[in-house]
Design a protein around this ligand. Structure first.
Ligand code: LHQ
Length: 235
């Protein structure tokens, strides 16, 4: 983890397997997020990958994910124990989060990117919903995010077929906020992160709370929630 100017950067660092997750790495990321939250001057966290991948999801060599009743159950437990706490932590933290998607993201790697507030993507990067190919179903937040972000039809198509979604398609369908050539990704990420870090105190936290909460409410309740948050700004 690196920190400067209110921005902390967490780099997934298993490039030989496109930064696929193992339990230890998930714990390390959680620790890094906690450290970022505890650092008083940190306002923004950036998550990115070392090498040519962002994150290829679960490391398939860490355990053999042959689909049997047993592995299915273990898969559920692995999600509950290893993945869900991290995704909740990112979403629940008071820090703005940016996924700088530098390369391919697959499976739970997409889940990690979608848990962040903002996704900036290198033109060379792509998303692969790899689950179905190996006999699994989308998880790690993908079920929740995909239909909301890209609509039901696209969600089902990409999840079932597992076709590669390139960066331009990801931007068109709303999965990422912007696409830049790979060599500019770090610069663009730093620019956006700095702007977020310089916003008045509380704005980032209340805005993301407003958006995420409003997504679960009806119109009238969402308006009222907006009034409550505005009240918190102007008392
Ligand atoms: C890998 C991986 C990988 C190990 C590439 N593991 N080595 C949660 C908990 C519970 C249950 C299970 O599931 C989950 C959530 C999940 O995330 S399930 C989904 C797991 N991920 C995948 O199925 C993706 C597997 N990888 C791929 O489909 C491709 O590698 C992608 C599309 C990501 C990239 O393709 P390429 O750009 O062509 O790269 P590559 O395939 O040549 O990979 C490069 C190296 O990385 C290669 O190793 P090698 O020694 O030959 O250079 C791969 O074996 C290794 N690698 N993903 N998940």
């Amino acid at each position: 983890m690196q920190s400067a100017d209110g921005v902390c950067t967490i780099t997934l660092n298993r490039p030989h397997v496109l930064n696929a997750f193992i339990a230890e790495m998930l714990h390390e990321i959680r620790r890094a997020v906690r450290d970022a939250e505890d650092a008083r001057d940190t306002r923004v966290m950036v998550i990115t990958g070392a090498g040519r991948g962002f994150c290829a999801g679960q490391d398939l060599n860490a355990r053999r994910w042959i689909v049997t009743e047993t592995t299915r159950n273990r898969g559920g437990d692995s999600l509950r124990q290893n993945y869900h706490p991290l995704l909740r932590q990112i979403r629940g933290s008071g820090l703005a989060s940016i996924a700088a998607v530098n390369g391919v993201a697959a499976g739970a790697g997409i889940g990690l990117a979608l848990a962040c507030d903002i996704r900036l993507m290198a033109r060379e990067a792509s998303f692969v919903q790899a689950f179905a190919r190996i006999g699994l179903v989308p998880d790690a937040g993908n079920f929740w995010h995909l239909p909301r972000m890209v609509g039901r039809g696209r969600a089902i198509k990409t999840a079932m077929l597992g076709e590669r979604v390139d960066a331009d398609e990801a931007a068109r369908s709303g999965l990422v906020t912007s696409v830049v050539p790979g060599e500019w990704l770090a610069e663009e990420t730093a620019r956006v992160a700095k702007r977020l870090a310089r916003l008045p105190d509380g704005v980032v936290d209340l805005t993301r709370r407003g958006v995420y909460t409003a997504m679960t409410l009806g119109r009238a309740e969402a308006q009222e929630y907006g009034a409550l948050l505005m009240g918190a700004r102007l008392q």
